[in-house]
Ligand binder design. Structure first.
Ligand code: PLP
Ligand code: COI
Length: 354
């Protein structure tokens, strides 16, 4: 159990009015905790949101030793505040940490810290439809040393951002660019970890896709550039001939918490699901045969995000009739319904902040 010291701001900010966008506004406070080799994690504290002072020689600036997480707090129908499966983010933190030689952080401490900072800034949780408080925990290596070695000191922080939809188009289907030149990750690399390097690596392709009018990039495997992996900020699902199909977790994609939740829900509804390799050729063939029925991405920020168009080289696959498909819609309604406390929570995913 962490003994968290709380220092409240004496100049609270105005709450935002109007559309929030994603990740642009920050609340009044943040959580911080240090790690020092030999001492472990220490000094958990909540302080006013502020800039950091760090040595320009910090490991994180040069070699990217860092990890981050993403989850949300929701304003429930009953006015209470809820989290969604925060223990899963805590467990994934430790998988990322292990890969990046960052010390382990007890899952219960992670969840306690998230609950504590959300509680302090609880009145920042927005309540308009489609809004929530995006929670960004992250850890950075802070040793001031230019040799390439794991840091001996770290900073764990949590910042909060009241946010709306990740895509400005909301539930309108997005266009996705299947990238066949750049790759994001290979097996044995760090694709499964949530770490800045994976996102830095994705930017060049994302810029290319944006320039062509596509919202995000769909990555192919790093070896054959043939099998579907995931999207820049989401896992990907296909409904092919009545089956819900998604790439298996192979070490190079992020094990998404929304992905896991969607698989649980589809199985509970009796829909056939498959986690396996999916080639682009299979998608092209399914689309030509009229069997590519729905495509959607899943993610904390993106929730369930319908895909209306997939571009691969000079082929453009149009999915459905330009509106959200029935399974994608049902998943969106169910996932958000559970998160907001509108629906039963049969799997015990909702966690109240009290
Ligand atoms: N894949 C990538 C690369 C992501 O950045 C995200 C977002 O977190 C996801 C998948 C979806 O993961 P989750 O559902 O846990 O948010
Ligand atoms: C999330 O969905 O939590 C993400 O981290 C996506 C992103 C904004 C990188």
């Amino acid at each position: 159990m962490l003994d968290i010291k709380i220092t409240r701001t004496d100049s609270p900010k105005e709450k935002p009015q109007g559309p929030l966008g994603f990740g642009k506004i920050f609340t009044d406070h943040m959580f911080m905790m240090n790690y020092t080799e030999g001492q472990g994690w220490h000094d958990p504290r909540i302080v006013p949101f502020q800039d950091l002072t760090l040595s320009p020689a910090c490991v994180v600036f040069h070699y990217g030793q860092e990890m981050f997480e993403g989850l949300k707090a929701y304003r429930g129908e009953d006015g209470k505040s809820y989290l969604f499966r925060p223990d899963m983010n805590g467990k994934r933190t430790n998988k990322s940490n292990e890969r990046l030689c960052i010390p382990q952080l007890p899952v219960e401490d992670f969840v306690q810290a998230v609950k504590a900072i959300v509680k302090v800034d609880e009145d920042w949780i927005p309540s308009d439809p489609g809004t929530s408080l995006y929670i960004r925990p992250f850890i950075i290596g802070t040793d001031a040393f230019l040799g390439v070695a794991p840091s001996q000191t770290y900073l764990f922080m949590i910042i909060l951002s009241p946010s709306g939809a990740y895509y400005s188009s909301g539930l309108e289907p997005v266009g996705i660019w299947i990238e066949d030149d750049y790759v994001r990750a290979v097996r044995g690399g760090m694709g499964f970890a949530k770490t800045g390097g994976n996102y830095a690596c994705s930017l060049a392709a994302q810029v290319k896709a944006h320039d062509d009018g596509y919202s995000q990039v769909l990555w192919l495997d790093g070896v054959e550039r043939k099998y579907i992996e995931e999207v820049g900020a989401m896992n990907i699902f296909f409904k092919i001939d009545g089956k819900i199909v998604t790439p298996m977790l192979n070490g190079s994609i992020l094990p998404g918490i929304t992905r896991d939740s969607v698989l649980h829900l589809c199985r509970a509804w009796g829909l056939p699901t498959e986690e396996r390799r999916i080639s682009v050729d299979e998608l092209l063939e399914a689309q030509k045969g009229g069997k590519l029925e729905e495509v959607f991405g899943t993610g904390t920020a993106a929730v369930i995000s319908p895909v209306g168009k997939l571009r691969y080289q000079d082929e453009v696959m149009t999915i459905g009739d330009g509106s959200i498909g029935p399974v994608s819609q049902k998943l969106y309604d169910t996932v958000t319904g559970i998160q907001l406390g509108k629906l039963e929570d049969p799997f015990g995913w909702r966690v109240a902040i009290d």
